[in-house]
Design a protein around this ligand. Structure first.
Ligand SMILES: C[S@@+](CC[C@H](N)C(=O)[O-])C[C@H]1O[C@@H](n2cnc3c(N)ncnc32)[C@H](O)[C@@H]1O
Length: 361
C-alpha cells in the first residue's frame, strides 16, 4: 500500500501506549449473525508505557521540588495547576465512561490499573464501519443468497448441505460447530487455518438458525469485528504521513487485503479500516506473540472482494479477566525474521515466553 507496508494485521508505527482489551464473562443474547451481533463483554485495561500525560500537555515532574529537609514541597500555583489537571483528567475519564455505557449490547467497562493516563476523547465508538471518500461497496444487485430449505428441516440451517454460500470456502465445509457444548464456535480445523469465512446473508433462504448463537467465551467463539472508517490507500498514506510528522506512535490501520492476491487487486486499490478516531472495543486489542484470539475474514457479499468483516475469534478457551490479544502479523513470522531492524521497527512488549522481540521489522 504505497509507502505503507501492507499488513495482515495492524499498522506499523512505533510503540507507545498499550491500552488492552480484557474479557468479562457474561451471557450474550442469542442472535443471528456472529460478526455483527454476538459481541462478548470486554473491559479495557491501559498498560501504558509512556510517561504520564497531563491535560495541559506538560509533565507533572516539573512542578514538584524536593526541599532541603527532604520533604516534597509544592507551591500554591503548582498545587492549583495539579488540581486542575486532576479535574480535567477525571472529566475526560467520565466522558469516556459515558461513551462506553452508550455502546449497545453487552456492557463494556474500562479500567486502568497501571497508571493515570486517560483515553483520548478524539476517539468515538461506532457500531459499524463508516465509508469515507473514494470507498464504495459492491452493489447489492450483485448480492445473492443460498437456495437451501429453511432450517434444512432441522434446527441447524444449511450446514452440511449443498449451500451455495460455501462455494468460495476451501473444502466447502461449514466453519462452525453445530451442536454440543461448543455449538456456534469455529471448528478446530478452521481455527488452525487462515481461510476466509463466507456466511449466509439476508437474501439466503436457510432461515434464522443458520448461523450461530454463542453464550460464552469458548474456544472458537466470535468476539467482535474491527470497526472504523474505511478509507482509500491514498487517504491512509496521508494519515500515516501526518502522524509521522507529529511522531505519533500507535497505529490503528487495518488493511483489507485478504482477497487481493487471488483477485489480482494491486495494493493501491485496497481499502483500509482506520480505528483511531471511530471504532469499536477491538481497536484496543494489543499484539501478542502468544495470542488468544485470531482475526478471520468474513464475507456475506460473495462478490465484494474489497469490503468484508475483520472478525475476531478466541483460539483457546479464555478465562474471565484475561487480556484479549491477537498476532498483528500472524503468519508473517518467517518474513519478519528475514527483515532487518529499521526506523519503523516496533519493539514488542507482549512479554510472552516465545516473544519474537518485534511486532514488525
Ligand atoms: C490498535 S493499537 C492497540 C491499542 C493501543 N495500545 C491503545 O492504547 O489504543 C496498536 C498500537 O498499540 C501498541 N501495541 C500493541 N501491542 C503492543 C505490543 N505487544 N508491544 C508494543 N506495543 C504494542 C503499538 O503502538 C501499536 O501501534
Amino acid at each position: 500500500m504505497g509507502d505503507i507496508t501492507p499488513l495482515t494485521g495492524l499498522g506499523k508505527a512505533g510503540s507507545s501506549s498499550i491500552a488492552s482489551v480484557h474479557v468479562i464473562k457474561d451471557k450474550v443474547q442469542k442472535r443471528k449473525r456472529p460478526s455483527e451481533e454476538n459481541k462478548q463483554v470486554v473491559s479495557f485495561v491501559s498498560t501504558s508505557k509512556i510517561p504520564r500525560k497531563t491535560v495541559s500537555g506538560r509533565s507533572n515532574s516539573a512542578i514538584s521540588t524536593v526541599s532541603t529537609e527532604g520533604f516534597v514541597s509544592i507551591d500554591g500555583a503548582a498545587m492549583l495547576e495539579n488540581a486542575l489537571e486532576e479535574i480535567g483528567a477525571l472529566r475526560i475519564r467520565e466522558a469516556f465512561l459515558r461513551r462506553l455505557d452508550a455502546i449497545p449490547g453487552p456492557k463494556v467497562t474500562l479500567t486502568n490499573d497501571i497508571d493515570d493516563t486517560s483515553p483520548s476523547l478524539s476517539f468515538r465508538f461506532v457500531d459499524s464501519c463508516v465509508l469515507r471518500e473514494g470507498v464504495t461497496k459492491a452493489s447489492e444487485e450483485f448480492m445473492f443468497g443460498c437456495t437451501c430449505k429453511p432450517n434444512n428441516g432441522r434446527h441447524m440451517g444449511c450446514e452440511y448441505t449443498a449451500c451455495e454460500c460455501l462455494d468460495q470456502m476451501n473444502n466447502r465445509k461449514f466453519p462452525y460447530i453445530a451442536t454440543g457444548d461448543r455449538a456456534g464456535t469455529l471448528r478446530d480445523g478452521h481455527l488452525s487455518t487462515r481461510d476466509a469465512i463466507f456466511e449466509c446473508n439476508r437474501l439466503c433462504n436457510c432461515g434464522d438458525n443458520c448461523l450461530r448463537c454463542p453464550v460464552d467465551l469458548r474456544k472458537g467463539e466470535f468476539i467482535d469485528t474491527y470497526k472504523g472508517e474505511i478509507i482509500t490507500n491514498r487517504a491512509a498514506n496521508e494519515r500515516e504521513r501526518a502522524k509521522k510528522k507529529i511522531k505519533a506512535k500507535d497505529t490503528y490501520l487495518y488493511t483489507m487485503e485478504k482477497f487481493a492476491e487471488g483477485n489480482n487487486i494491486p495494493p493501491h486499490m485496497l481499502y483500509i479500516v482506520d480505528g483511531e478516531y471511530l471504532g469499536g472495543p477491538t481497536r484496543f486489542m494489543n499484539h501478542s506473540c502468544d495470542p488468544n484470539c485470531r482475526q478471520f475474514s468474513v464475507s456475506y457479499h460473495h462478490g465484494d472482494m474489497y469490503i468484508y468483516d475483520l472478525a475476531f475469534f478466541a483460539i483457546d478457551s479464555i478465562p474471565a479477566g484475561t487480556e484479549l490479544t491477537f498476532n498483528y502479523t500472524d503468519n508473517d513470522h518467517t518474513e519478519q525474521r528475514r527483515k532487518k531492524k529499521s526506523r519503523d521497527s516496533l519493539e514488542c512488549l507482549c512479554g510472552s515466553a516465545n516473544c519474537r522481540g518485534y511486532i514488525w521489522m
